[in-house]
Write a new protein. Structure first.
Length: 516
């Protein structure tokens, strides 16, 4: 069905469900219908069985896979004016353009890589009704000529998707969000909607104030973490060894491995490609903001095919990208906030089928200093989620609501009693050093664990059961793990000789975080 004209929407009642054929959907969930009706009424339409008044601002919190996009895509077919939708990432704009096209909705991008004249032309087409939707990122809306064109022909509906990023990023490395939120309010669209999958009680008021100013708004909310995800935490003293073990033995593809930095995404992809004999990059690829638009689109098309695929990515991939068949999500380290973790882990299981989300963490992630630990939402994440005493999902949900009504999930590693309490390699390294205190330097320990040295390291017939126990590890991994244990105080070096002995095992995780 095509969109209604101004005359058609101004009088008779309409039924949003008449447009479901565009999306191949059998029906709408009650919460979707309520949100769509509210948007349509605010924009001058009259859905059947709906009151005449609706708020001009609305905040919608729905978990990933709950059908947020349909809540603003469907109204774009109905309302007598165009919608302007603001996304944080170009990858998301590219993905959503395909979804609008598939639904028969005329949409144009105002993001980077498009000439300014073409953008202004798209705005004119939207004003004439030829284009129903304009998609943009914050930076693309800062251009003076673009702002002038939008001010002359403002949107009827303005949407902030993944709205939590406005507050999470706007006050730090995305200041464009601050200016764009003010600009959108000045355009005075009939409706401003903010959609997100995650917003803690701390973040929600910041986000609302930034987007809506001091104006009131309606709130539609559902639990942000899906009940088909089996969460788990994996202690690690060598992430390379652990991610390889998990990929080879524990996890089901398609899989996304989230990394903090670009080089981590590239190095992890190269490691897995080498170990999986993927010389042609048919099974493993990486994705981050440093790739060209063409390279990003190639990776997106490759991953959307599904199958036995592994994508190593930074946060540049994932926000709202619709990959329904992802079975596993792994974080090489805790992300900056609980909102980011719930959002990214929610890439798994968008089809509603069972899936897993694992987080690796090491002593350095739980240290008492560093920029991340000055972030309260990061501290909340590591202290609550990494406890081995409480259901992972319940711990996460308690950070979004204090009513203590969230039940145990029954499928996470804590609920099933399958949690991993010590890192792989920990017993082998500490056992060897404890057996021969002040006898070996770190290089000697690595040699013995790899089996490069005598099976009688202590001489005089003294044998050790730990020699060769990490022969499957790379030598550098052994060195990394030993250094990790030295850095956190689990192992100690003698001052002048550098020979090792054991220290305090409690310092491996930190009593406040691990045993809270």
């Amino acid at each position: 069905m095509t969109g209604y004209t101004d005359e058609e929407t101004s009088g008779e009642e309409i039924n949003p469900e008449d447009y479901l054929e565009n999306f191949s959907l059998p029906g709408l969930y009650p919460y979707q219908r309520a949100i769509i009706d509210e948007i349509c009424v605010a924009c001058g339409c009259r859905p059947v069985n709906t009151g005449k008044d609706a708020p001009a601002r609305g905040l919608i919190l729905l978990p990933t896979g709950a059908g947020k996009s349909i809540c603003y895509m469907l109204p774009s077919l109905i309302i007598p004016g165009y919608s302007l939708i603001i996304y944080p990432l170009n990858a998301l704009i590219s993905d959503q353009l395909k979804r609008f096209s598939k639904a028969g909705i005329s949409a144009r991008s105002l993001a980077g890589g498009i000439k300014k004249a073409a953008k202004i032309s798209s705005i004119a087409e939207a004003a004439s009704g030829k284009v129903r939707v304009l998609l943009a990122n914050p930076e693309s809306l800062l251009d003076t000529e673009i702002q002038t064109a939008l001010a002359e022909n403002p949107p009827l509906h303005a949407v902030f998707d993944e709205a939590h990023t406005s507050a999470e990023w706007g006050y730090s490395f995305r200041p464009a969000y601050l200016r764009v939120c003010s600009f959108i309010r000045n355009l005075a669209p009939a409706r401003i909607s903010a959609f997100t999958a995650t917003a803690s009680p701390e973040l929600l008021p910041q986000m609302a104030e930034l987007i809506f100013g001091d104006q009131g708004y309606s709130l539609h909310s559902r639990s942000p973490a899906k009940d088909n995800i089996a969460f788990g935490a994996v202690p690690s003293i060598c992430r390379e060894a652990d991610i390889l073990r998990l990929v080879e033995n524990c996890l089901t593809p398609p899989m996304i491995i989230f990394c903090r930095r670009r080089r981590d995404a590239e190095n992890t992809a190269r490691l897995l490609a080498c170990r999986l004999n993927d010389e042609g990059n048919e099974k493993v690829r990486f994705y981050h903001a440093g790739l060209s638009n063409e390279e990003k689109q190639q990776v997106e098309r490759w991953f959307m095919k599904g199958g036995n695929l592994i994508l190593c990515a930074t946060c540049a991939f994932g926000l709202g990208v619709d990959c329904p068949g992802v079975r596993s999500v792994v974080h090489l380290a805790p992300p900056p906030s609980v909102e980011a973790y719930v959002q990214e882990s929610g890439r798994a299981g968008r089809d509603g089928k069972p899936c897993r989300a694992l987080m690796l963490f090491g002593p350095e992630d739980l240290a008492d200093e560093g920029e991340l630990l000055r972030n309260r939402r990061y501290r909340d994440l590591v202290s609550a989620f990494l406890s081995n005493k409480r259901c992972r999902r319940k711990s996460l949900m308690d950070l979004f609501s204090t009513d203590d009504s969230h039940p145990a999930c029954g499928i996470c590693d804590v609920c099933t009693g399958s949690e991993q309490l010590t890192p792989h390699g920990f017993q082998e390294i500490t056992g060897l050093v404890k057996e021969f205190p002040f006898m070996f330097r770190s290089g000697d320990v690595s040699d013995l664990l790899k089996g490069y040295r005598s099976v009688n390291p202590g001489g005089a017939g003294r044998k050790s059961r730990f020699v060769g126990t990490l022969r499957d590890w790379d030598y550098n991994w052994c060195q990394e793990a030993v250094q990790c244990l030295v850095s956190c105080g689990t192992l100690r070096r003698k001052r002048f000789s550098g020979r090792l002995t054991t220290g305090s095992a409690k310092r491996l995780y930190g009593e406040k975080t691990r045993h809270s």
